[in-house]
Design a protein around this ligand. Structure first.
Ligand SMILES: [Zn+2]
Length: 358
């Protein structure tokens, strides 16, 4: 068994927007249902940027400072509490399901743990994975990763992969053959979403939209886009109407956020469904809502995913059905985490960034 050091390194956030500080802290001993893992990969999500910048303080995230970011965590089990069953073995490769709960409230029991009132969500409600050793509060939040050969690249399956999977499942329910889907935002989320669409709704036409040519090119290499629009040069509404011959898109998957809604909402067809996933521009108000009535349209939100969906996502990755490796474009050291947050904030990142631990 590998020796567990008494202290380990962690990237602490002491102040909003300030550089993270690398410090040594005692390594916890798991008790009860807890499991200690040695972190292998910790992905950087746009939510981490929001928390880092203090943009989620209204919803009490983070609940205190100092804080630790990252909720895309993979690792290896190194120690277990006394009530952890033998199915969780020392040395086992795992992914940490990041959308857990501390109490089984009504939402958890109904199968909507992603919107529980009692969340356990690393980097949002609890300290995250930018550290060498991470204490998982309950073994049920571990997903077996045996058969995944790149545990670092698999870390974003815990948020980017899962979030897009749930959103695309909602999209699939309303999509018919030859319908058009607008995928707005071709970053890490878009790169996954297009792949899920190809698996779950292979009969639709995908219109990829971004303001960056390099992002369009990046996603095009991972999965086929039928049409592309650069929204910095072309009007998405005009272009979608040309492509769809005036009908509009049946589904918009918005990975940008409310600030994009007034633009992309207009690209929807009658009975179209707008699925809002991104969180940019939270102060945006929606205009021209009467169109919803005349056109029988729907605007719905989709937030992260459930544990059963996480199993599905990991299973599809194990079967080689998606290319999760190409989504990760930068592997960084813990000391480079601040630079990763800054790059993401400035829109300089293609795909996903993951902090790697030796
Ligand atoms: Zn995330």
């Amino acid at each position: 068994m590998t020796r567990i050091p008494p202290v380990h390194r962690v990237a602490y956030m002491h102040e909003f927007g300030a550089p993270l500080s690398i410090e040594s802290v005692p390594t916890p001993k798991p008790v009860g249902e807890q499991v200690l893992i040695k972190v292998v990969g910790a992905g950087i999500c746009h939510s981490d940027v929001h928390v880092w910048k203090g943009e989620f303080t209204e919803v009490n995230m983070p609940p205190r400072l100092p804080w630790v970011l990252s909720h895309e965590i993979t690792g290896v089990v190194v120690d277990r509490g006394e009530r952890v069953p033998d199915t969780i073995g020392i040395g086992q490769k795992v992914l940490v399901f990041a959308w857990g709960w501390t109490e089984e409230d009504e939402w958890v029991l109904r199968g909507y743990s992603n919107i529980t009132e009692k969340p356990w969500q690393p980097s949002l409600t609890d300290e995250g994975g930018l550290r060498e050793y991470f204490l998982v509060p309950h073994y049920k939040f571990l997903v077996d990763m045996e058969g995944i050969d790149d545990l670092v690249a698999a870390a974003p399956l815990a948020c980017a992969g899962l979030t897009t999977f749930r959103a695309v499942k909602k999209a699939r329910n309303v999509l018919d053959v030859d319908d058009y889907v607008v995928v707005a935002g071709l970053g890490g989320l878009g790169a996954y979403a297009v792949q899920w669409l190809r698996i779950l709704a292979p009969y639709v036409n995908i219109i990829g939209v971004d303001t960056r040519d390099e992002a369009i090119e990046f996603v095009s290499k991972i999965a086929k886009l039928d049409e592309v629009i650069n929204a910095s040069r072309e009007d998405p509404f005009v272009q979608v109407m040309i492509i769809t011959k005036g009908k509009g898109a049946k589904v918009v998957l918005d990975f940008v956020g409310p600030k994009a809604l007034p633009t992309y909402f207009l690209t929807l067809s009658k009975r179209g469904v707008y699925i809002l996933v991104g969180l940019m521009g939270m102060e945006t108000t929606i205009m021209r809502l009467p169109l919803l009535t005349y056109r029988e349209q729907t605007i719905m939100g989709s937030f992260v995913g459930t544990l059963p969906e996480q199993y599905e996502v990991v299973s599809l990755a194990k079967k080689g059905k998606i290319d999760y490796k190409s989504v990760v474009t930068r592997r960084l050291k813990l000391e480079e985490a601040t630079a990763a947050l800054e790059a993401l904030e400035k829109g300089q990142v293609l795909g996903r960034q993951v902090v790697v631990f030796e």
